[in-house]
Design a protein around this ligand. Structure first.
Ligand SMILES: NCc1[nH]cc(CCC(=O)O)c1CC(=O)O
Length: 319
């Protein structure tokens, strides 16, 4: 038998600090598992990294943070790409697939406050306090529960956002717990936002590794990093979002748990003004995750979710 030759595997990544932390973790785990291969990181800028002065909701989300990496895979310049799963569209280009979902960090959102509000929580922030978020999902849910707060868009990487907060442009920010922890800034988390106040984004806190459909060797390499319970939860979440035809820039939130042999998926569609929240829950076997997501989407549509989404798409296009 002839041993397969050592192969150099090229990993694609965005250049942001968070993307690099995540990609270097994948690189080192795979290097340990496959000492005969060499894993190299190749960075690329995506559209989402370049356009920093326009609200995300207005640019849309069709692969804003992923397209250049996908072209790289299809060209053969890179072998796979590491993404924050929540930035990966639910429909992938022909020839590419979601090859691996890694173990999830805490998927919740976090409240990060200006130092003058150290003694406050979401419930006790004063009337008119300015909350920075670029996510319509966070905006709609927080507006619903805290109509006396003011909301303002914020863009840029984590350090830029935190600098704007500390400079007094905002009273507080809503950021993902996972991103803060991965960048060693867990000490800035002032409050974990409970799921009854705000459901998190689909795929939040997990990494999604995308690869070519016709590359079984790479796929088998990636599978060593797969975390089955996270993957099942995220397949349910992604099927729900796909069925609703929403991307990460629509007010759709989820929550999932696996207890014993049961996967429970809660999902929500919200109107931008926070007036209408349509929310429901389904449960079933974890290996039927995709069907659970589809079923929940249909239930929410029966309860009026489509009209809420149509109104949002119309508003964003007018904006
Ligand atoms: N949309 C930006 C983005 N994409 C992934 C994360 C980090 C959290 C994660 O891995 O889900 C963030 C930052 C944020 O939402 O605060």
């Amino acid at each position: 038998m002839i041993a397969s030759p050592p192969r150099t595997v090229r990993i694609g990544s965005r250049k942001s600090q968070l993307a690099l932390v995540q990609t270097h973790w994948v690189q080192s785990e795979l290097q340990k598992a496959f000492p005969g291969h060499t894993f190299e990181v190749h960075t690329m800028s995506t559209q989402g990294d370049k356009i920093l002065d326009v609200a995300l909701a207005k640019i849309g989300d069709k692969g804003l943070f992923t397209k250049e990496l996908e072209v790289g895979m299809l060209n053969g310049d890179i072998d796979f790409a590491v993404h924050s799963l929540k930035d990966l569209p639910t429909r992938l280009p022909e020839g590419l697939m979601l090859g691996c979902v890694t173990e999830r960090e805490d998927p919740a959102d976090a409240l990060v406050v200006h130092e003058k509000h150290q003694d406050k929580q979401l419930d006790t922030l004063p009337e008119g306090a300015v909350i920075g978020t670029s996510s319509l999902r966070r905006l709609a849910q927080l507006r619903h529960h805290y109509p006396h707060l003011a909301f303002k868009d914020v863009r840029g990487n984590l350090n830029t956002r935190l600098a704007k907060l500390d400079a007094g442009e905002y009273d507080a920010l809503i950021l993902a717990v996972a991103g803060l922890k991965r960048l060693g800034m867990g000490d800035r988390i002032h409050q974990n936002i409970p799921s009854d106040v705000s459901l998190h984004a689909v795929g939040q806190g997990a990494l999604g590794i995308e690869c070519r459909t016709e590359d079984p060797e790479i796929l088998s390499v990636l599978k060593v990093l797969e975390h089955t319970p996270t993957a099942q939860r995220c397949y349910a979440e992604r099927a729900f979002l796909r069925e609703l035809e929403g991307g990460c820039q629509v007010p759709i939130g989820v929550h999932t748990v696996i207890e014993g042999d049961t996967l429970t998926l809660t999902g929500l569609v919200a109107s931008l003004d926070g007036q209408t929240l349509i929310k429901d829950t389904v449960s079933g076997a974890p290996d039927t995750a995709e069907q659970l997501g589809i079923d929940l989407a249909h239930r929410l549509k029966e309860q009026g979710a489509q009209a809420v989404l149509d109104e949002i798409f119309a508003t964003i296009q007018r904006g």
